[in-house]
Design a protein around this ligand. Structure first.
Ligand code: FEO
Length: 392
């Protein structure tokens, strides 16, 4: 249990050992499931719970806090890493009511079978009094599910934002100290689950802009006692601006595609264009996602595998399509031995994105002198675009 302000405590769990989230996202620094206890003069509220494997830590913290009753369990988000322990808490504190919005209520009933009579449904902007403290509910949908909301503790000026502004960091210090580390981690977090929802995030930031916020307390990672730090980072990430950077993601079986990639990357670097190159066989997809947040474009390189795209390249195309980065252009390059539909397959997987698809470069076998000319043209095309965007 860690104290935030008078009568406000963090009672969740630090997960130092977790390596993967959603069975896809690498967690180099572990994570935490923050839950918050607010002891009002008349009522006691718990904001969010923890991932079910960590429920013992939550229960221990509640016992340490001397909690004999909980009046309200605030569910800001139905996903199980925050709501999965609500049934256990209700078992220990049967008088508690689950306070949430209608969408979240339905999800909690669907996901964990919570009794309909246990809920108090609140509306956007509604307040609930704990006596000397007031909770105000602010609907912040699509960060990153449709039901997500934030809870503002009026007297203490704390915004409990759940996943919004979160980062996957396991840390003993409650508040952000190492800003560069947290920036990287929060950007990884944004890239992996928030990036597809840039539009709703614009609206949510607008919605909280006039709130007097002293502390942002997300449900993953550390708390921000300088909210501007993370709000400004989000503003940058959701803006339409891109950086002078190309993500080059490749897979190569016998070296031909890799030769094309190396040639192109060298040409881009010579032109002063920033490059992030990833071998898709070994790449950390979280790092790849981070680079997609502000890259101007993506070059996807693949050999032809069983007459189509290599599965590693297809995986990357699927990921880019799902994450919907603000990239302005994409290109597919690669080699083939005896034919195939690699380009059509990859292009067919990139339907979500509005990025311009540049002329593909597919060569037979190992790249030769005449093929390098095509790669020169692609480098020139990319240079031209970066100049047009005024990032070079
Ligand atoms: Fe941290 Fe969407 O749950």
């Amino acid at each position: 249990m860690r104290s935030i302000t008078k009568d406000v405590f963090e009672v969740g769990a630090i997960d130092w050992d977790r390596k993967l989230f959603d069975e896809i996202i690498p967690l180099p620094d572990g994570t935490s499931y923050n839950a918050y206890l607010i002891k009002g003069s008349e009522k006691i509220a718990l904001i969010d719970t923890v991932d079910p494997p960590k429920v013992d830590a939550l229960i221990t913290n509640l016992a340490e806090a001397g909690v004999e009753k909980i009046d309200y369990i605030i569910a800001n988000h139905a996903e199980q890493d925050h709501s999965g322990s609500i049934p256990d808490v209700l078992g220990l504190y049967p008088e508690a009511k689950v306070v949430t919005n209608e969408k979240c209520k339905q999800m909690l009933i669907d996901l964990m079978g919570i009794d309909e009579n246990k809920f108090i449904v609140i509306e956007d902007g509604q307040e609930v009094s704990l006596g000397n403290k007031t909770l105000k509910f602010i609907f912040t949908p699509w960060v990153h599910w449709p039901e997500t909301m934030s809870t503002y503790l009026v007297e203490d000026k704390i915004l409990f934002s759940c996943d919004f502004f979160g980062s996957h960091i396991a840390a003993s210090e409650l508040f952000v100290k190492d800003k560069p580390r947290v920036y990287e981690s929060a950007k990884r977090y944004y890239a992996e689950i928030m990036m597809p929802f840039r539009g709703p995030i614009v609206k949510n930031l607008e919605k909280i802009k006039d709130l007097d916020i002293a502390i942002i307390a997300p449900s993953h990672g550390q708390l921000y006692d300088e909210p501007k730090f993370i709000i400004d980072a989000y503003k940058k990430w959701i803006s339409d601006e891109v950086e002078n950077k190309v993500v080059v993601a490749y897979v190569s079986m016998h070296g031909s595609t890799k030769k094309m990639v190396e040639y192109l990357v060298n040409k881009l670097i010579e032109k002063g264009i920033g490059v992030q190159q990833f071998d898709l066989v070994t790449a950390d997809v979280g790092k790849l996602a981070i680079e997609l947040v502000d890259a101007a474009g993506v070059v996807l390189a693949s050999p032809t595998f069983l007459s189509g795209a290599h599965p590693a390249a297809a995986y990357a195309a699927f990921l880019v399509n799902a994450l919907r980065p603000k990239i302005k252009y994409m290109a597919v390059i690669g080699s083939f031995g005896w034919g195939g539909r690699m380009v059509e397959q990859l292009k067919g997987m990139l339907t979500n994105n509005k990025a311009e698809i540049l002329e593909p470069i597919i060569i037979k076998g190992e790249p030769k002198a005449e093929n390098f000319g095509k790669l020169d043209e692609l480098a020139e095309e990319i240079e031209k675009k970066h100049k047009e965007y005024k990032i070079l």
